[in-house]
Design a protein around this ligand. Sequence first.
Ligand code: GLN
Length: 535
Amino acid sequence: MDTKYIFVTGGVASSLGKGIIAASLAKLLQARGLRVTIQKFDPYLNIDPGTLNPYEHGECYVTEDGAETDLDLGHYERFLGIHTSQANNVTTGRIYNTVITREREGAYLGKTVQIVPHITDEIKRRMLLLGQTGNYDIVITEVGGTVGDMESQPFVEAMRQLQWELPEEDFLSIHLTLIPYLKAAQELKTKPTQHSVQELQSQGVHPDIIVCRTEKELTPELRRKIALFCNVKPGHVIESMDAWSIYQVPFNMEAEHLDTLVVNKLEIPGLPEPDLSGLKAFLERLKNPQREVDIALVGKYVELQDAYKSIQESFIHAGAANHCKVNVHCIHSEHLDPSNVDEVLGPMKGILVAPGFGSRGLEGKICAVKYAREHGVPFFGICLGMQMAVVEFARNVLGWADAASTEDNPDTPHPVIDMMEEQKKLTMKGGTMRLGAYPCHIKEGTLAQRIYGADDISERHRHRYEFNNRYLQAFEDAGMVVSGVNPDHNLVEIVEIPSHPFFVAVQFHPELKSTPENPQPIFVEFVRAALQYFS
Ligand code: GLN
């Protein structure tokens, strides 16, 4: 079978959940036995989101191969249980960079380089790239942004061209829109959808299926009206009601027969019904928690839900694995200090200190670590959270009041966290951190070994600073154990305090690999420890 290409565009408003719809469809097709991947094309000029502040676009998701990507790739991996890569996230910046570099090399000598055909050719090349590996039956492409934006026009134009270049049964276009409910009129309104589809059609792309985000059920008349005005078959108008969990959406899409419409249009006969049993079992546990537990997430980007997306999702997975509901309390590290820490963290049964960059909010993070360490509250530090656990230990156990990370204080006499050697010579900021999957060897008889049930693991990274091995002996003598190291470079990956009920901190980002069907073990054990903790 040829690789088939499905394109998902969005209209009317942003944040409609295109990524979740794309991932849900991918899940259904995968559950019918097809090999599926998803890619996202983002219309901004950054080469990747690695240099963006989380307030701009939420979390930066890191793949195995070290690509810094849009957080939707996290959804793709969590829904599908597959690994994505650099090829799965392309920005306008990356497209232009390729074309302009090629122009400088003389590849277009004598020619005027233009958006059509040069930019659109490069977009099409990348849209087809994963399909050409032969590894996939279906490649779903999510086109970021909203149809009608100036920025997404070259992507839509590339789709338009592919619509005619690919065999008809290998191309499918889905448009996701919003059907707003007007309270005063007590009516769902279809006009914005009509306009959005008109806009798409004026750019030459005809949607095969329209998926309507709505808070109220679409009546049959309404579906007929949308079909009539948007030039699709009535059966091709799909309702996507607000769901209680994103993991419910594949089931909702199945109930609307989205997967069947897709396989029929793409002419893929003889597929079995989708087998969603793994996800269903997870959802059952998620729906029927037997207990609740309050866990603090201490970070400085807490105003924006999406800034810690993968951590939030990992708690959902780990909660379900423990048959409990995890109430994640986002606590702003800038507002945490010794005067209020008892009151704020007192009710918490577990404390997670989040990743981050820069000095803002660091003292609050250190204050949270100190509280957890001294009160025996289950503690989990991730990346900067681990680095602050190390700084706290140096200051308050080893008695080095001036200890710091050199990211925060380059002149500290006790640089317990210091920039990695190979980072010191770098001048470019984009894509130059220690990124992606690296192996970690776990020490015998440690909490880390009990958690993972393995001696060798691999996790993903995104950092420039590391534990300064010069101080390793002093830490171990004082009771903080290094339980995981990178076997090739001796970098400290995991620290723990064996005299504490549950104190573990990691330099890597375990949240990036948690899925509903394979919850991340540190999160699972952290939630279990929190359930057992009574202050
Ligand atoms: N800022 C720290 C570093 O670069 C931690 C990074 C992170 O938490 N992802 O090492």
